[in-house]
Design a protein around this ligand. Structure first.
Ligand SMILES: Cc1ncc(COP(=O)(O)O)c(C=O)c1O
Length: 386
């Protein structure tokens, strides 16, 4: 039988992150290309998940998740994000933030609708839109400040534009949208009648005293914002697949319907474990998270400086984009392969974050690694002679 990928999949098979991880494994290198946080788990998490399994919480949950988890998320949304959410009406527990974004797009957009994305973008954002025949429209932000360019934004709006997708703090740039930028975006979305999808998976990882602000907390746009987040990064449980969407009731019903259709629900005992951890962990846990990553950020950025891979120091999340113009190679892929061959450290070629011809002088390094692994990677990078 002849096997051919569907037309949709053909366009989605270019994951450079996967390729770099495979190349890195082949040579036994250190993988700073992938956003896997291998930090230890809080005992509250796995103890309560284990207990949930023993107690028989092993079946489908309601389409929007276990009530205890929705209540815990609602309390946290009010406390941290300043978003008022009714756990019975506004929250859908999903299979990770990835599931929340897919369900949201499936629920709200039609073939040919346009959604604006900022470049550099997180690959899954683009792929999710493309997989659903939604057209991504790109607005490029420039380093080092990744400043919002409202003129460019106005230029790309058409009759088909239905939404704007932002990521704050952002992967890969580390940009944290400021209050004044969000006010501009709010005004823009009101004028053009757009939804705002906001992926806040790195919400607790912000540096230098910056504040994470959720667009969903701005009253004038609250009814058109879909806040997407989850616990993959906050609790270092990327394999548990616990995420959520938060929005106005009518939208939430639609997203719940789409989420139910695609994967029914998030894993029941892991929902229970996550709920217990949200209830049990003190505020200091979240503070320490940011502080811990801040030390790793400093370490990696210093090593990149020394290696003449000038880092664009991130404001949040746990990645650094670095300028690799001094590295031999015509493309960012060749440059990333050169760095891997010389140092055994894998990073993602910048072109992975741009739709056409961008990012060729950028590489992304992830610093969500245990200290011994990160120290070894820094040591090797410092020895790179450019
Ligand atoms: C911006 C962004 N959103 C979402 C995700 C994935 O989140 P989840 O594991 O909850 O699906 C990632 C993971 O790297 C990410 O960088």
């Amino acid at each position: 039988m002849k096997i051919t990928a569907s037309n949709r999949l053909k366009n989605l098979m270019k994951s450079e992150i996967r390729i770099m991880s495979i190349e890195c494994e082949k040579m036994g290198g250190i993988n700073l290309s992938q956003g896997i946080c291998d930090l230890p788990l809080a005992p509250a998490l796995y103890q309560s998940a284990q207990k949930a399994i023993e107690d028989g919480i092993n079946h489908y949950t309601r389409y929007d998740g276990l009530p205890g988890l929705r209540q815990a998320i609602a309390a946290k949304l009010w406390q941290y994000n300043k978003i008022q959410a009714n756990p019975e009406k506004n929250i859908i527990v999903t299979s990770g933030a990835t599931g929340a974004l897919y369900a949201t797009c499936l629920a709200l957009f039609n073939r040919g609708d346009e959604v604006i994305l900022f470049e550099p973008f997180y690959g899954y954002h683009e792929y999710t839109l493309a997989a659903l025949d939604i057209t991504p429209v790109y607005v490029r932000l420039q380093p080092p400040a990744w400043k919002l360019d409202m003129e460019k934004l106005e230029q790309v709006v058409t009759k088909r534009t239905k939404g704007l997708l932002i990521n704050t703090p952002a992967n890969p740039s580390g940009k944290v949208f400021s209050r004044s930028e969000l006010d501009l975006l709010a005004d823009f979305c009101l004028r053009h009648d757009l939804f705002i999808l906001t992926d806040e998976i790195y919400e607790y990882i912000v540096y230098d005293g910056l504040e994470h602000i959720s667009p969903g907390a701005l009253p004038e746009i609250a009814d058109r914002v879909i806040t997407i987040s989850g616990y993959s990064k906050t609790f270092s449980i990327t394999g548990w697949r616990i995420g959520y969407s938060v929005c106005e009731e009518g939208l939430s019903n639609l997203i719940g319907c789409a989420s139910d259709l695609v994967y029914v629900c998030a894993p029941a005992p892991l929902q229970e474990g996550t709920a217990e951890a949200i209830r049990a962990l003190p505020g200091s846990f979240y503070k320490n998270l940011g502080q811990g990553y801040s030390l790793k950020r400093t370490k990696l950025c210093a090593a990149l400086e020394e290696a003449k891979l000038k880092p664009y120091v991130p404001q949040g999340a746990y990645y650094t984009l670095a300028d690799c113009s001094l590295v031999p190679g015509r493309t960012s892929k060749e440059k990333a392969m050169y760095v891997l061959a010389k140092t055994g450290v894998a990073a993602v070629p910048g072109s992975a974050f741009y739709h056409d011809g961008g990012g060729e002088n950028l590489m992304r390094f992830c610093f969500a690694k245990s200290d011994d692994v990160l120290d070894e990677a820094c040591e090797r990078l410092r020895r790179l002679k450019l």
